[in-house]
Design a protein around this ligand. Structure first.
Ligand SMILES: N[C@@H](CCOP(=O)(O)O)C(=O)O
Length: 494
């Protein structure tokens, strides 16, 4: 299996090379040249998470030896996860929540970031790279901590995380700025997630900077979903969710299901699309947005228009106006037309929008939820079912309710439940009528645990007394300078 760039189809590299590079030099994203089909899917229903992970990942990571890939999988999906199923499926009312937040940092990002360091180390070995790898990461909250946790103290790797100073939850920020590990560097930027992600992409595309790093024995890679090594492991849990339904007798062989994904950078829903293309029986992919409803507009009109204010919401992981992975979807559905992608991405960069005539996204449905609807959904879910959901999952749940009303479709549905509610204490607590005014976040969380009878996850309970180790802050223009400082490499003028 080879990988090419969405912006230049003459590129042809192996999976291990794509994982190391993170993003293509032409600014495009690496995609598999064909999406492999999986045969006899229904026969896989007795497999555990690791076994299934191997079946799926070995289709994509074809230059990894079987035993080496198995090793990566074994080390990734172990007791770091608090549930033996890794991704348990919970039936509440008429939907099934695929709980993806039982990893070490309590967000779905752990599902892929638990394995990425092992894949990267193996990729480095395969390609005989003798440089140190610097992982650049932009985050609106969850990716940053998950990447820090997984790469901390990994030999031969350094990790730099940029987060929007005012665009993450209190707990997400605390998780990041208390991160231990000599190889970790965390920086708050005065800007939003798009600024952080654009800054990181510009740094990737800066040849002079790459040369400077190279001379100093460093190369860059990414822990965001722009890295294909982040995306492929996310396909696994959609198969696992489907096969759990089948195993429990909730669906029949080959019965189609709907999947709802709270969506920001479009990586998680793209993984579901890959699962569908591999043969998983999926009826609709429901793309749920918060008030930053750029994807809803795109799915419904074919116009992607970022000329709008980014709104800070209670679901910060989705506070994004440039959804990077949409580029991959467009590449696939345009018949792999790299020139078309270049034109559209140029339009977006130059004029702030692009339009696609006769856009055919017939498997997708897009809608969004307001902050009020998010609170209402959290409340409703808790009062009716005693089930607590985080604001991102509430966005998805609410959008699914809208979908049912609009279409009367009663297909069985999996909702990707992407984060622990305790990461977003104030919003969740106030939604279930806990008075949060003038209260410290940790006290709010304690009240939340008391009222719901749910134990505070250890990773959050421990945070309160952790020392702040990172107090760096910069303007978006200075991101490169901060990296130079961290790596102690001489600066360049550009
Ligand atoms: N949702 C994000 C933004 C980055 O997304 P990614 O999937 O590309 O890493 C976050 O939590 O940081």
């Amino acid at each position: 299996m080879k990988y090419t760039s969405t912006r230049n189809k003459t590129v042809s590299i192996s999976s291990s090379e794509a994982i190391i590079q993170g993003i293509s030099k032409d600014g495009g994203l690496f995609v598999p040249t064909n999406i492999p089909k999986l045969n006899n899917i229904m026969d896989l229903k007795e497999m555990n998470y690791k076994e299934l992970a191997f079946i799926i990942m070995s289709k994509f990571f074809t230059d990894f030896k079987s035993n080496d890939l198995k090793n990566c999988i074994d080390k990734a999906y172990d007791i770091k996860f608090s549930k033996k199923e890794i991704a348990p499926l919970v039936n509440v009312g008429d939907v099934f929540f695929l709980e993806l937040f039982h990893g070490p940092t309590l967000a779905f990002k752990d599902m892929a970031l638990s394995i990425l360091p092992y894949l990267l180390k193996e990729a480095i070995r395969i390609n005989k790279i003798d440089k140190e790898v610097v992982i650049l990461t932009a985050t609106s909250g969850d990716t940053g901590k998950a990447a820090l946790e997984s790469f901390a103290n990994v030999d031969g790797i350094k990790i730099v995380v940029f987060f929007p100073e005012d665009g993450v939850s209190e707990i997400q920020k605390r998780q990041m700025i208390t991160q231990e590990g000599i190889n970790t560097f965390v920086v708050g930027i005065n800007g939003n997630f798009d600024d952080a992600q654009n800054g990181v992409k510009e740094i990737f595309n800066n040849n002079d900077f790459a040369n400077l790093l190279y001379k100093n024995n460093y190369i860059l890679s990414s822990a965001n979903s722009i890295n294909i090594g982040r995306l492929i492991p996310q396909i696994v849990y959609y198969f696992y969710g489907y096969l759990t339904l089948l195993k429990e007798g909730k669906i029949k062989n080959n019965e189609k299901i709907n999947i709802v994904v709270p969506t920001g950078n479009f990586g998680n829903i793209l993984a579901a699309y890959y699962a569908k293309e591999m043969g998983l029986p999926i009826n609709k992919l429901i793309c749920a947005s918060n008030e930053n409803n750029i994807l809803t507009d795109f799915i419904n009109t074919g116009i992607y228009d970022k000329r709008r204010e980014l709104i800070l919401t209670s679901s910060p992981s989705m506070d994004i106006l440039i959804s990077s992975n949409l580029e991959r979807l467009l590449f696939h559905i345009s018949g792999e037309d790299d020139m078309f992608i270049r034109t559209k991405m140029d339009d977006l960069a130059r004029q702030g929008y692009y339009k696609i005539d006769n856009l055919n996204l017939k498997y997708f449905y897009g809608a969004y939820s307001t902050e009020k609807q998010v609170s209402f959904s959290i409340n409703n879910m808790f009062v009716k079912n005693k089930y607590l959901i985080d604001p991102h999952t509430a966005v998805a749940y609410n959008v699914h309710e809208k979908y049912k009303l609009e279409t009367c479709d009663d297909t069985k549905t999996i909702i990707a439940s992407t984060a622990s509610p305790f990461k977003f204490g104030s919003k969740v607590a106030s939604s279930i009528d806990i008075d949060v005014k003038n209260k410290d976040e940790f006290n709010i969380i304690k009240e939340l645990a008391g009222k719901t009878n749910i134990e505070i996850p250890r990773a959050i309970a421990n945070l309160e007394n952790k020392e702040v180790l990172h107090e760096n802050n910069c303007n978006k223009e200075n991101m490169k300078y901060l990296i130079e400082k961290f790596l102690e490499v001489g600066g360049i003028d550009d």
